[in-house]
Every structure is written in C-alpha cells, then in structure tokens.
Design a protein around this ligand. Sequence first.
Ligand code: NAD
Length: 284
Amino acid sequence: MILLDGKVLAQKIKEDIKKNIENLVSKGYRPPTLSVILVGDNPASQIYVNKKIKDCQEVGINSKPFFLPRDITQLELEELIGSLNGDDEVDGILVQLPLPSHINTLEVIEYINPKKDVDGFHPENVGKLATGRDDGILPCTPYGIMRLLQEYNIDTFGKDVVIVGASNIVGKPMALLFLKDEKSTVTICHKNTRDLKSHTSKADILVVATGVPHLIKADMVKKGAVVVDVGINRIDGKIVGDVDFENVKEKVYAITPVPGGVGPMTVAMLLQNTFDIYKRKFTS
Ligand code: NAD
C-alpha cells in the first residue's frame, strides 16, 4: 500500500514557491500579498486561518489579516472586500468560510475580484473550470488532490472515479477536474444517493468529502483502488477522516492519511494560487 503523503509534497511545493519569491524579490519586485478575512471566533476557522498566515510567512508571502467581529454587516464586509479589490498591492483575497448565518456567503464570494479569488470559488472561476478553460483559478482542495495523484503517478485516464460529497468547495469542482479533457468517468454521490456501496465499490479512484467520520468501510472499497480522504472530523480530541483508514488500507493500492494527506495540500495550493496570481502580474 502506498501512503499518499500530502505533508511531504506540500513541503516540497512550499520550498519551491519560497525560492521563486526570493528570486523575484532579489530582482526588486515587492513580495506577494494575501489578505485573509476571518469573521467571528469559530475555533476551527481560527486554527485554519492561523495556519494559513504561518505558511504565508514561511514562503515569503505577506499576509494581511483582518479579524472582524461576528456581527459585522454584509455591507461592511463588502466594503472591505471592495477596497482590497482595488488595492494593487493585494494579490489575493481569502474569506474564511463558514460565515455567520446573517451574511449571504454566495454574494460575498461574488464580490471578490475573480482575479484575486485565491480560493477559486467565484462563479467566473467555477465557470472557467466547468468549460475547460485554463486561465481560471482552481479551488485549493481539488487542485491539491490532483497534484498529489500526479506526484504518485496515478493515472486518471479512463478510470472510474467516484466522489462522495457534492459540495461547491470540494465534491463538484473535484468532479469537474476529473472530467477535464474527458479523462475519467465520474460519479458523484451525496446524502440522497441510494445504496452508496454499489457506487463506491466500483471506483478505481474514490474521493470522500462528507464530514461523516468513518463513513467508508473496507467492504465499500474495491481491491486495489486509490482512496482520497478529504474529511476532517474531530473525535475525542483526535482528527479522523471519512474513511475507516485502518481497515481500508489493507486492500487499497494507495490511500491518503488523515491528518497529513489532503489538508496540507489544500494550504500549499492556496500559496500556489497566490504566487501564480502575483507572478502573472509581472510576467504578462
Ligand atoms: P459539506 O457539508 O458542504 O458537504 C458534505 C457533502 O457530503 C454533501 O454533498 C452531502 O450530501 C454529502 N454527505 C453527507 N452525508 C453523507 C452520507 N451519509 N452519504 C453520502 N454523502 C453524504 O462539506 P464539505 O465542505 O465538502 O467538507 C466535507 C468534509 O471535508 C468535512 O469533513 C470538511 O471538514 C472536510 N474538508 C477538508 C478539507 C481539507 O483540506 N482536507 C477542505 C475542505 C473540507
């Protein structure tokens, strides 16, 4: 069994970005800047944001954090985004999700300049992905999964891919990436799928992003499959995935660990997107 080690690959990618930034800064360019907006005090979101800020620092990206009160209005939030949209020194804008329920998340995402949309959630970037264009910004988690599969030479051509979870941030864009150039045959399952096992057990590549701890058991996975576990669930202070790793690992060709699989790749792709937006400004 091959362990798809996202931590090791993410580190390699970060070192590469760091070198590239050092090189450009030594030539007189300013460093890249990523604005990170956190609304409220959701503990998980705080952990994610702090990790993103730390990783930015590690590679030489200037992070510009905004910690906003939970009761901020839609208008106030959009005004801040508007000012960042118009600031030439700001390359990327990230709004940490979820937002409090009084805020319309889709409208906030639409308010971000699509060229600064480091998360790749803006409808313009989603549309570019859906229509197979290469000039959009890819959402970090599916992008990171593709990079991880490439690193381990896992070919997706002609493969049966099953994705469990159909969210806008993971499941749906993941499906579109596998569909690109009509490489894979894709099935998306979700909470209303009948007989989940009948689908998952046919998958050559199985991607699971549900937030249901240990949803996928060994008898739901085909022998020799590649399994990618996106889930992050906290149980008794321990982080576990959506896949019953200990039992599933015995029968697969390759599998991601949780933690240390998809998570670090997601942050690495955030840095990659920020760097790519910045670089495009100076080279195009
Ligand atoms: P979400 O809640 O937006 O969507 C969950 C999806 O799973 C939905 O489509 C739902 O229909 C489906 N689902 C729920 N229960 C199911 C069941 N019993 N059978 C089949 N499908 C079911 O979640 P999300 O934002 O896509 O995140 C999913 C998980 O991935 C969470 O644990 C989240 O923390 C994690 N996540 C991890 C990363 C990372 O970088 N590793 C990034 C994003 C999300």
